[in-house]
Design a protein around this ligand. Structure first.
Ligand SMILES: [Zn+2]
Length: 125
């Protein structure tokens, strides 16, 4: 390396420049600290990327599966609703039908939101 003050070439391990006596350690320490911090941040990001990617695929998948189950329940509820004759039974099926539609819509909406959030985070990284 070269001395910051006089520009003379000195040994990399030198603590003080033999030519001008100026200290060389301060700058080296700062550089090492910042690069190790940078490395720590990068490894933290790498540690977070894998679970984030797993979640990116699993969360929407689970959401779609649950929404699919909800929708199949909705269609079976609809069939029952059509065949139902008693007014009390009909009301029961109606409320089940509405609840299933709401749950399926919420889950589908959440899975879409999670896909959007994960895409934004993935592009930001
Ligand atoms: Zn010097």
């Amino acid at each position: 390396m070269f001395c910051e003050k006089c520009g003379k070439e000195i040994m990399d391990e030198a603590v003080i420049c033999p030519n001008c006596g100026c200290s060389t350690t301060k700058k080296n320490t700062i550089t090492n600290t910042s690069s190790s911090q940078e490395y720590a941040t990068l490894s933290n990001i790498n540690n977070l990327t894998t679970p984030a990617l797993i979640l990116a695929f699993l969360v929407p998948l689970i959401g779609i599966v649950i929404a699919g189950i909800g929708l199949s329940k909705v269609s079976s509820a609809k069939m029952l609703q059509l065949s139902a004759k008693g007014s009390l039974e009909l009301d029961n099926y109606k409320s089940k039908f509405t609840t299933s539609i709401i749950i399926a819509s919420v889950i589908l909406g959440l899975s879409f939101v999670s896909v959007i959030i994960v895409s934004i985070v993935a592009f930001a990284l």
